[in-house]
Design a protein around this ligand. Sequence first.
Ligand SMILES: O=C(O)CCC(=O)C(=O)O
Ligand SMILES: [Fe+2]
Length: 296
Amino acid sequence: MLRNSNQIVKIDKLASNLEDEEITEASKNYIDQLTLKISKIEDINESELQKLFAIFNKYKFVILETEALPNIQDNLLALKKIFGSIIRHKRSDENGIVSVENLGSFPIDKAQLLSATNQMFSMHTDGTYEIEPPKVVAMQCVIPSNHGGCSQIVYAESVYDYLMENHPQELQSLFSNPLNITRGNQTATRAIFAEIEGRISMTFRADPVVSIIIPPPIEKVFNVIKNYINTSSNQLIFKLKANQILVLDNTSVLHGRTSFPDNEVRKVNRLCFDGISEYSQNLKFGFIPKSKVSNS
Ligand SMILES: O=C(O)CCC(=O)C(=O)O
Ligand SMILES: [Fe+2]
């Protein structure tokens, strides 16, 4: 797990400004451990499934390396059996898939739709404005960009540990001060951290696409979190290859992506699941903190 070693975190070296070689090197060995070759998701066997669950539960995300199929979406859609019902999005197609690509001069308001631009997408969990955010987010790389367009991951547990060490009082307040997050006509009210049966989950998003009402007691720590997660030294950064699917526990990790040149083609298919499947008992969402927040 990447941890922050500098106490003073300045947003002067955002990941989006780093060279590809620099950003991928630090994360490479780690990422190799959670990459699993499964040629066709539909034909996954019992031993591959067990490996998938072991990686997902330990590392909170997994990269599935699949074979190219005539219809690339088939591998993504086959994850439904494992990760549960598909959660639709305003922009999803008839199968529930959202195409994440730079729509360039397409007449949309770019500030309203980061995933349809080449801009960096700051660290977030998906569906923060939904009453029930997805448990699992899968992102299938169709075409990687040559430069940039890297995936970024930060563990919710790293954020928790960082706050525990540096802002313990404020950490406590993050469980009890709900924020209001709105996007268009969708709105949700929930605290950044929640604990259910000893497992902690996190939801977070802070970018111009959503409007957020932050209760005054957590205003300062909200910015501490924003700063921490968007600092490249606290992130795992890697570039997905075509036919790789990044599957993540949306309650345990935040994700983002670096910007890429406007003239480059990059395409990712995104699909979200509710985590309720015949394999539910094999999937462990959220994290169990090594040290508990004191009640004092
Ligand atoms: O483009 C990517 O790799 C990530 C996009 C993303 O996080 C999203 O669309 O929610
Ligand atoms: Fe996302």
